[in-house]
Design a protein around this ligand. Sequence first.
Ligand SMILES: Cc1cc2nc3c(=O)[nH]c(=O)nc-3n(C[C@H](O)[C@H](O)[C@H](O)COP(=O)(O)O)c2cc1C
Length: 140
Amino acid sequence: MKICILYESKYGNGKKCVEYLKKLMEEKGNDVKSFSIRKIKPDSLPKADFYIFSSPTHIGSIPWKMKRFLKKLNLEQKTKYSLMATYLGPKTKAIQKMDEILQRKGMLKISDVKIRVNGMKGPLEDGYEEKLKKFAEKIT
Ligand SMILES: Cc1cc2nc3c(=O)[nH]c(=O)nc-3n(C[C@H](O)[C@H](O)[C@H](O)COP(=O)(O)O)c2cc1C
């Protein structure tokens, strides 16, 4: 399966999750590409069977860069996607916000995962690898 991961990550925690997830999925024989949303335009994404969007929580929601990127996306209706978010406090609405934008485009959500960080700049919670393994199993 062709999988495309789009992520934003200010301090690198989300990026670390994306790299780990990419490795897991490649081990299962998938063709996985990942891009920082700072380095790719929303209208020039490679064609894929499945998209994964990953964002940190900023002020309860997602950073404006991610919001703008998702709003400008122009993927076909029924395109399948999953969501990943890193967060510090339990009230994060990052997943809901991303989902809200993509649902409006008629895209199809498959799953999501939230990974906690132990401080603003990390590190990632213990056991994040296990969470990502389960997340990957639901996709491939
Ligand atoms: C400007 C800013 C606002 C933030 N606001 C929240 C917040 O409201 N809730 C929360 O859980 N984490 C908040 N955080 C912490 C981020 O969730 C954390 O830095 C991020 O998940 C780390 O991932 P990254 O290394 O990929 O950027 C905030 C971080 C920044 C920089």
